[in-house]
Design a protein around this ligand. Structure first.
Ligand SMILES: [Zn+2]
Length: 474
């Protein structure tokens, strides 16, 4: 049993601003009494699985090759990283080349348990070693084995909880009960808890709905339950964060006809350009036979589409209206798309007069409409809460340095294993460690403008952080 429990709770789709809601008093109290990052951001693309993989490993999406929820891999086709089988095919295709934090800890004889009601693929990404016995995974979603590599003594107690319910909130409550049981009986060195709400409510009903507010209350309650369980057995370091923020939907637009027309006009054949829909971003993959000048022309036209926001293109083929991919996606994975078209976001007004980010809900292949989306470069999608609370962290401190999911992973690894991951993309958040002599790191603004968009970026400890974007063209 670990003396000190490290508990990472990821609340899917929780916006930084949600912590100010009256629905989240417990998380707000953690923020005020612990360390809170005012400029914490999701890794780009601001999607679930790209950030889950970064949280699991300490590496960024460009090194991991896990860029989003629907990705294309040569020889495999389009993969859905929400499913276990497709995550494993993606890894076989070269993604996730580094061991995850749970796998690294297992090699040192330290234990990790991942529990959650995120998608089956998400739970898989959080600890790909669980199937091989490197830590355990417990998933309350029906399309996956519920228990992976759970110790026999614990299994009997967990089975007493009965079958996980099929509905989102029921499965979440079941996951909390399972996590509390694990903490009380096994007390692992690291527990990662993935809370699938408010993401589900935000997509389906928007950010001003009763369902959104109920989901925040639910998340707040479970953070308290898990933290209380952690404290009952000794010291507990708790990190609360999310994988991305959210935008409201302004306009919903099917783009199949426009894309088909573009493919026809450029004389592209079937399969020359594969597009995959990722909420607020479209990923594009060119066939190797499409020459550079044609790629540039196609990307140029996509960047001018009325629904497009910032566009990112493989550096070698990048036209002046798009950003080179390396601006926001570092690393050399061959699985990085050739082009990422984020959807346009405008500032609008809610019924109560509050300013809101309104994103274009760009749909492909008859996808249903959403009331909320994420995946754009808008600050609403990128800003996330990051709260560190417990004996290892400074108390009642607000940090202005930027931070992100890869940083959380390497900081947890240092705390638990006592050693640094020298080769990782993330930086140790030393400025927040109670017994560190480090002062605040130097932070330098690094803005970049292309094609009518200004990307607001910060440079800190040799890492770049994308904070948001501002349109410069009217
Ligand atoms: Zn998510």
């Amino acid at each position: 049993m670990a003396e000190s429990l490290r508990l990472l709770i990821v609340v899917d789709g929780l916006r930084a601003a949600d912590v100010d809601s009256p629905a989240m008093p417990y998380v707000a109290s953690l923020r005020d009494s612990g360390t809170s990052y005012q400029r914490a951001v999701a890794a780009f693309p601001s999607l679930t699985r790209s950030n889950a993989a970064a949280l699991a490993t300490g590496f960024g999406p460009g090194n991991l090759g896990v860029l989003g929820n629907r990705v294309w891999v040569g020889g495999e086709g389009v993969l859905n990283t929400g499913t276990v089988s497709d995550v494993r095919r993606l890894r076989d295709g070269g993604a996730m080349p580094h061991p995850s934090i749970p796998e690294r800890l297992a090699r040192l004889g330290l234990s990790t348990v991942v529990v959650g009601n995120g998608s089956a693929g998400c739970t898989e990404l959080l600890n790909m070693g669980a199937a091989a016995g490197h830590g355990s995974a417990i998933s309350s979603l029906p399309e996956r084995e519920v228990f992976t590599s759970v110790a026999a003594g614990l299994l009997a107690e967990l089975e007493a909880l009965g079958e996980p319910p099929a509905d989102d909130n029921g499965s979440l409550d079941w996951a909390v009960a399972a996590a509390v049981t694990v903490i009380a009986t096994q007390r692992p060195d690291l527990m990662i808890f993935w809370c699938g709400q408010p993401d589900v409510a935000n997509h389906a009903t928007g950010l001003r709905s009763a369902e959104h507010r109920a989901a925040l209350q639910h998340a707040d309650r479970l953070v308290k339950q898990l933290h209380t369980a952690g404290l009952a057995g000794g010291e507990c370091d708790l990190i609360v964060t999310s994988d991305h923020g959210f935008c409201d939907v302004g306009e919903s637009l099917p783009v199949d006809a426009e894309i088909a027309s573009l493919i026809f006009r450029y004389g592209l054949n079937d399969g020359d350009l594969v597009l995959t829909a990722n909420s607020g971003a479209l990923f594009g993959y060119f066939a190797s036979t499409v020459a550079g000048h044609r790629r540039r022309a196609v990307v140029e036209e996509l960047a001018h589409a009325e629904w497009a926001g910032a566009v990112f293109c493989a550096d070698v083929d990048c036209p002046p209206t798009a950003f080179p991919m390396s601006t926001v996606v570092g690393g050399g994975s061959p699985l990085v798309p050739d082009v990422i078209i984020t959807t346009r976001v405008e500032t609008g007004k809610a019924e109560d007069g509050a300013a809101v980010a309104l994103a274009m809900d760009v749909r492909l292949g008859g996808a249903p409409t959403s009331r909320g989306i994420h995946g754009t470069v808008d600050a609403a999608d990128l800003a996330i809460p990051l709260i560190l609370h417990g004996p290892s962290f400074t108390a009642a401190t607000q940090q202005s340095a930027p931070a992100g999911p890869a940083d959380v992973a390497v900081t947890l690894h240092l705390l638990i294993a006592g050693e640094e991951l020298a080769d990782a993309d993330g930086r140790v958040l030393r400025e927040s460690l109670r017994h560190s002599a480090e002062t605040n790191p130097e932070v330098v603004a690094q803005n970049v403008e292309r094609g009518g968009t200004l990307l607001r970026m910060l440079r800190c400890d040799d890492r770049s952080y994308l904070l948001g974007a501002t349109p410069t063209r009217i």
